[in-house]
Design a protein around this ligand. Structure first.
Ligand SMILES: Cc1ncc(COP(=O)(O)O)c(C=O)c1O
Length: 453
């Protein structure tokens, strides 16, 4: 008998087979669409990751609104994945949908700013505390551009990241620590450059390692999430950022904070909630209510240095920006989202509800004496297969268990509850109701009972 993370895996695998059969039987239309798509889509899906969910074939969505969506076979779901943060403020929020509908009468993209640009940049400055802003289509692009700016501004070539990080498909960041040595992530496709040449990597929460890695004075910027979220959640230790910021500054490196996921903390992100003072700041995914758009901000000093770097460069391509960046449709969506959706009131609803969820999960895990824990960052909650929360990427990686995750995820999905694939993360949005959380807790409990009995 194999016991992993307190679970009898033989029993869990039998449960998974049963759940797979249940999925196949109840999803005839998704099955037809999957088969048809297989004729013209690589791997039968528009993006190859879409095959990495727990389902035997892809689940096709008919419509999504607020905290709910319906699949093409007519089943209803409460969505705690919310597009892995893209829909953190609910699917198709009404003010954003309205703003987009209105903007469709006034054009989509011109490579020129609309009036919304002035309002949006002032609001970003108010909300996040950085005075100057630029835009990108995705958080990946925003991070890529931030790295460019940091290198151009400092004249330094290297960046520093934390082991186990994810900042989108930015090549520079895919360097891991393997047995203490930097190594390019094995799974990358078609990556031919030696990424370790320009990227240094250290463990999160290790101030001495950070200090040592910066000591050569060749790091342009530290690119970091304030709390790691992509290898399972890893929270900063008490006082970590205060000291880390001082070290980064002392070595003349810049701090670029990526809040694409930690925007779950509050209206001004983790940065405002915990008084961080980044030089550069990124947020993407939900910033325009789920319409593709990302933003990045500069401190006053950095803005001056960035403008000087551009002025002093030869004319021609900067390597920063894309044609549709800051298009009028996205700017209208972002204005409506920032003004009417991503509000203090929305967070005031989301965070207490996420606290209820985290508390409920803890209680159910404790009742069954499982060696698991629950971590929360504002509206973002995650259960992890370890009794004590991980302190860095290596510890977090060791406890990932995609087999066990998939069993739990499919069990929930078959009962109308969607959580985020690849780890055990759940988001609540302004439309999530207390009874949705209670339902998730009840089905989670039922799943534990079946796994544990
Ligand atoms: C912290 C962080 N930054 C950036 C990104 C990239 O976002 P996108 O895939 O929208 O470019 C992600 C995606 O998960 C992320 O988690």
């Amino acid at each position: 008998m194999e016991i992993r993370h307190g679970i009898n895996m033989d029993r869990a695998r039998a449960l998974f087979r049963r759940e797979q059969e249940r999925f196949v039987e109840s999803m005839p239309r998704s099955k037809v669409l999957s088969t048809q798509s297989g004729q013209h889509l690589l791997f039968g899906v528009p993006l190859h990751w879409m095959n990495d969910w727990s389902t035997p074939f892809s689940l096709y969505v008919a419509a999504a609104r607020g905290a709910r969506f319906q699949d093409v076979d007519g089943h209803d779901y409460v969505d705690f994945c919310l597009g892995d943060t893209g829909a953190m403020f609910g699917h198709a929020p009404e003010p954003v949908a309205r703003a987009i509908a209105e903007q469709t009468q006034r054009g989509f993209t011109t490579m020129l700013p609309s009036e919304d640009a002035a309002w949006v940049s002032a609001e970003l400055a108010r909300r996040f505390g950085l005075p100057y802003w630029q835009f990108a289509m995705t958080a990946t692009d925003a991070n890529r551009f931030v790295i460019r700016w940091a290198r151009a501004i400092t004249g330094r070539s290297k960046i520093l990241v934390f082991n186990g990080c994810y900042h989108g498909t930015v090549d520079d960041v895919f360097v891991d620590l393997v047995e203490g040595q930097p190594r390019q992530r094995d799974s990358l496709l078609g990556q031919v450059y030696d990424l370790t040449q320009y990227t240094r990597v250290v463990e999160f929460n290790d101030l001495a390692a950070l200090d040592a890695a910066l000591a050569e004075g060749d790091i342009a910027c530290v690119l970091a999430e304030p709390a790691m979220t992509n290898i399972g959640m890893v929270l900063p230790e008490e006082g970590y950022w205060q000291q880390a910021q001082a070290i980064i500054r002392r070595h003349g490196a810049l701090l670029a904070i990526d809040e694409t996921h930690t925007i779950s903390t509050g209206p001004g992100g983790y940065t405002q909630a915990f008084g961080l003072q980044p030089d550069l700041f990124v947020v993407g995914k939900p910033v325009a209510g789920g319409v593709p758009c990302a933003v990045y901000g500069f401190s006053a000093e950095l803005a001056e240095r960035a403008q000087a770097a551009k002025r002093n460069a030869p004319p021609g391509h900067s390597g920063i920006g894309t044609t549709l960046t800051a298009n009028m449709l996205a700017m209208a969506a972002m204005r409506a989202n920032l003004a009417e959706v991503m509000t203090d009131a929305a967070y005031a609803h989301m965070i207490p509800l996420a606290e209820q969820l985290a508390k409920g999960l803890r209680e159910r895990i404790a009742q069954r004496q499982l060696p698991w824990c629950v971590t929360q960052i504002g509206a973002r909650t995650e259960f992890q297969f370890t009794p004590a929360p991980p302190r860095n990427g290596s510890e977090a990686e060791q406890i990932l268990d995609s087999e066990l995750e998939q069993i739990i995820h499919l069990y929930l999905l078959n009962r109308g509850l969607l959580i985020t694939p690849f780890h055990n993360m759940m988001l609540v949005c302004p439309d999530t109701r207390a009874e949705d959380v209670q339902r998730l807790l009840a089905v989670f409990d039922q799943c534990l009972q079946e796994l544990h009995a």
